[in-house]
Design a protein around this ligand. Structure first.
Ligand SMILES: *[C@@H]1O[C@H](CO)[C@@H](O)[C@H](O)[C@H]1NC(C)=O
Ligand SMILES: *[C@@H]1O[C@H](CO)[C@@H](O)[C@H](O)[C@H]1NC(C)=O
Ligand SMILES: *[C@@H]1O[C@H](CO)[C@@H](O)[C@H](O)[C@H]1NC(C)=O
Ligand SMILES: *[C@@H]1O[C@H](CO)[C@@H](O)[C@H](O)[C@H]1NC(C)=O
Ligand SMILES: *[C@@H]1O[C@H](CO)[C@@H](O)[C@H](O)[C@H]1NC(C)=O
Ligand SMILES: *[C@@H]1O[C@H](CO)[C@@H](O)[C@H](O)[C@H]1NC(C)=O
Ligand SMILES: *[C@@H]1O[C@H](CO)[C@@H](O)[C@H](O)[C@H]1NC(C)=O
Ligand SMILES: *[C@@H]1O[C@H](CO)[C@@H](O)[C@H](O)[C@H]1NC(C)=O
Ligand SMILES: *[C@@H]1O[C@H](CO)[C@@H](O)[C@H](O)[C@H]1NC(C)=O
Length: 452
């Protein structure tokens, strides 16, 4: 036992990625052939939906700083090409080194236990994978093809210390250098599925897919909370994407304090069904069109049966306007059967993002076309924070914002009735009665002379 411990200590002094996989078995690990069904059953590797496979197990952590990242990387390599890595129920596996997992080809990871990152901020801020897009970093990256992660275990970002130390800072502040890791990231990945697990307390975005194809999440619970009232989780979005074709999210719950589902530039063919979002900034297409000279596209999304509670936004589309912005299109997006409660802005189309004045938006309209959008069967209540306005559709005058259709809208506001739908700058009829923001401002001022 003593010798094994020494060996582990010695190994962790060298970089994880240089660890050589050989035919030897890592101390505490086991490789079980698919034919040994008895043993597989014994260790909990049988799964109702996934056939038995050659299964690899690794030692688990003995305490919160017992870093098993070398064992984990070894296990991933052993399980690659047709096998499975099993992380057992009731055990915790601590990851304290960055991991490059971009060599995968046909692998399953059965996560029944807990996979937890250290909160060694000093280490992670020096050792991570960095992306220019919104200065994102991550603990690890997953790439390759045919990657399946399933089980009823926990992927734990251990974010509390990150929340405490980031308190008071802003991600969009150009001077900010306090970067926080993303919990799960794929890059150059094709056919990734994640099923059944819980993703807890990511330091920053929970999921980010980069340059990937056919990513799906089913029956996942994403949660971020703080035990420190003066340091809430920030920017812990459920789903973000960049250059992704094919993204499915079904039967999933998200309770995070920021975006629930928010595809970013160049995301196409999305399918979202039976999604529940609590305390979020909503299901948002974009923002896109932020960077000068860059074309961004968000296209072909079908979003159905979403419940949005206690949020800032419900169903939202947003594109930048003003000086030095980009161009592109948000096209062919359907929001259907959406139930919204206690939410500040239940339905939002904002083509004058980020917060620019009407005059400026008219002078420098968005160059992101917003076309072929359907909002159908949207019900519920706003929080009343935006007065009687329950839907706010603001397009840049003279920019292309067309074929926007609303149907079966039953949204009310606790601030009074009748509820108001604002529409500015949209070409053609939108299917429901609506008024310009100026009228609704006047009306609100008249109804509530003291202001809201
Ligand atoms: C809670 O967060 C605040 C703000 O960063 C910090 O000053 C304080 O130490 C934290 N409290 C605990 C118990 O960590
Ligand atoms: C992903 O693919 C691109 C283009 O082939 C390449 O430049 C990049 O290095 C790859 N990223 C990784 C993490 O392998
Ligand atoms: C809608 O989604 C909820 C989960 O948010 C689920 O319980 C319900 O069964 C779904 N409804 C339909 C018709 O599938
Ligand atoms: C949703 O969030 C509220 C806080 O805004 C919380 O009180 C409630 O328990 C959450 N609902 C569920 C089902 O977790
Ligand atoms: C999005 O795709 C377009 C065309 O395929 C490309 O020109 C553009 O650079 C991409 N945008 C980003 C942000 O990668
Ligand atoms: C619109 O998107 C849906 C997927 O949500 C797709 O099936 C359909 O073909 C798209 N329509 C057009 C005209 O591209
Ligand atoms: C936006 O619409 C204009 C006018 O129809 C069109 O010329 C332009 O190509 C569209 N831009 C994109 C990125 O689709
Ligand atoms: C409208 O959406 C709600 C969910 O918000 C659903 O229960 C209801 O069946 C839908 N109505 C129709 C006509 O599809
Ligand atoms: C609108 O929703 C309320 C409950 O929020 C319901 O009582 C009412 O019947 C609905 N109206 C229509 C036309 O569906």
């Amino acid at each position: 036992m003593k010798l094994l411990t020494l060996g582990t200590l010695f190994l962790s002094a060298s970089a994880v990625n240089s660890f050589a996989v050989d035919s030897k078995i890592m101390p505490g690990a086991e490789v079980i052939p698919a034919s040994d069904t008895h043993r597989l059953k014994n260790i909990g590797a049988c799964h109702p939906k996934h056939h038995d496979r050659r299964t690899v197990t690794i030692r688990h952590s003995r305490h919160k700083n017992d870093d098993v990242s070398e064992d984990f990387l070894w296990g991933i390599k052993k399980a690659n090409h047709g096998g499975r890595l099993l992380l057992k129920k009731h055990h915790t596996y601590v990851i304290g080194k960055k991991l490059d997992l971009t060599f995968l080809n046909d692998i399953e990871v059965q996560l029944d236990g807990e996979l937890k990152f250290t909160d060694d901020i000093e280490y992670w801020q020096k050792n991570n994978f960095y992306y220019d897009f919104q200065k994102s970093i991550t603990f690890w990256r997953w790439g390759g093809k045919d990657i399946k992660i399933f089980g009823n275990g926990l992927l734990n970002g251990n974010g509390q210390r990150w929340y405490n130390e980031f308190a008071g800072m802003e991600i969009l502040d150009p001077d900010n250098t306090f970067y926080r890791p993303i919990l799960f990231l794929t890059e150059n990945a094709t056919r990734v599925s994640v099923e059944g697990i819980t993703q807890l307390n990511s330091p920053c975005w929970t999921n980010f897919f980069v340059q990937s194809k056919d990513v799906s999440f089913d029956d996942v619970f994403i949660n971020a909370f703080s035990t420190n009232a003066s340091a809430e989780p920030k920017n812990t979005d459920g789903f973000d994407s960049f250059n992704v074709d094919g993204l499915r999210v079904t039967n999933t719950r998200v309770d995070v304090g920021d975006d629930c589902f928010a595809p970013k530039p160049n995301t196409t063919n999305m399918f979202v069904q039976n999604l529940w979002c609590n305390n979020t900034h909503g299901v948002s297409m974009g923002s896109i069109g932020q960077y000068p000279g860059v074309m961004d596209i968000i296209e072909h999304a079908y979003i159905e049966n979403v419940t949005l509670l206690n949020g800032q936004n419900g169903a939202r589309l947003k594109a930048w306007a003003g000086q030095d912005v980009g161009y592109g299109r948000i096209n062919n997006i359907t929001y259907k059967n959406i139930h919204i409660k206690n939410t500040d802005h239940p339905v939002v189309l904002d083509q004058c993002y980020f917060d620019i004045e009407a005059a400026e938006c008219a002078k420098r309209p968005s160059q992101v076309n917003v076309t072929n959008i359907v909002f159908e069967n949207i019900s519920g209540t706003s929080s009343g924070k935006n007065g009687k306005v329950v839907a706010d559709l603001t397009c840049s005058p003279n920019a292309v914002c067309s074929n926007i259709h609303l149907e079966d809208i039953n949204l009310t506001s606790p601030a009074g009735s009748p509820p108001v739908i604002v529409c500015d700058g949209i070409q053609g009829d939108i299917g429901v009665e609506c008024q310009s923001s100026e009228d609704s401002q006047n009306k609100r001022a008249f109804d509530h002379p003291e202001g809201i």
